[in-house]
Ligand binder design. Structure first.
Ligand code: GAR
Length: 196
């Protein structure tokens, strides 16, 4: 069966993007990564992707109306033949219009056990609350922040003496395992009728 064409949006380091790319390079992967796009032209992940022959697209939204910026991203994704989008540390809110155009075809990884700690500073908030378990979630992106259908989660223990950094490192290790697995399961469930 033809592989689904995945586009990945990043804003920085791109370690989750790298884990998706690496997993896609196995024979039984249901997807291939056809574009890595970023709102930050100097995102480290862009260079990593380009070095591996993956087409990249960078567009800073600075000085542009949001609709124009998103139209540029949308056009790059469509030109690359993208069928599904994975957000991987993409730190910009997508407009309702953009999400509507890709309804049900965008997933995100978030560093908390949703519905806990939507938004930013998830690890500090988990530590301040005295949680003994933390983790990460993969969910469908909807118009509401970090609130779409949950596709998978992974848990880690919170250990005595943890800082936001040490907890983030432990959670990130699980993100790298969870995201490729859940994206593959999600795309394996697609049938042709889901295509635009
Ligand atoms: C990851 O921990 C990801 O879950 C988080 O940003 C980090 C990106 O790291 N995403 C969010 O907070 C989205 N709200 P990466 O660039 O190395 O993948």
């Amino acid at each position: 069966m033809a592989k689904r064409k995945l586009g990945i949006l990043i804003s920085g380091r791109g370690s989750n993007m790298a884990s998706l790319v690496e997993a896609s390079r196995t024979n039984d992967s249901p997807y291939e990564v056809v574009l890595v796009a970023s709102d930050k032209p100097d995102a480290a992940g862009l260079e990593w992707a380009a070095e591996r022959g993956i087409p990249i697209f960078a567009q800073s939204p600075k000085g542009m109306p949001k609709a124009e910026y998103e139209a540029a991203i949308d056009s790059a994704l469509r030109k690359a033949g993208v069928e599904a989008i994975a957000l991987a540390g993409y730190m910009r809110l997508l407009s309702d219009a953009f999400v509507g155009r890709w309804q049900g075809r965008i997933v995100n990884i978030h560093p908390s056990l949703l519905p806990k700690y939507k938004g930013l500073d998830t690890h500090s908030r988990a530590l301040e609350a005295g949680d003994t378990v933390a983790g990460c979630s993969v969910h469908i992106v909807t118009e509401e922040l970090d609130a779409g259908e949950l596709l998978g989660q992974a848990e880690v223990p919170v250990l005595p003496g943890d800082t936001p950094h040490s907890l983030a490192v432990r959670v990130l290790e699980q993100e790298h395992l969870l995201y490729p697995r859940v994206v593959a399961e999600w795309l394996n469930r697609w049938d042709c009728s889901r295509l635009p």
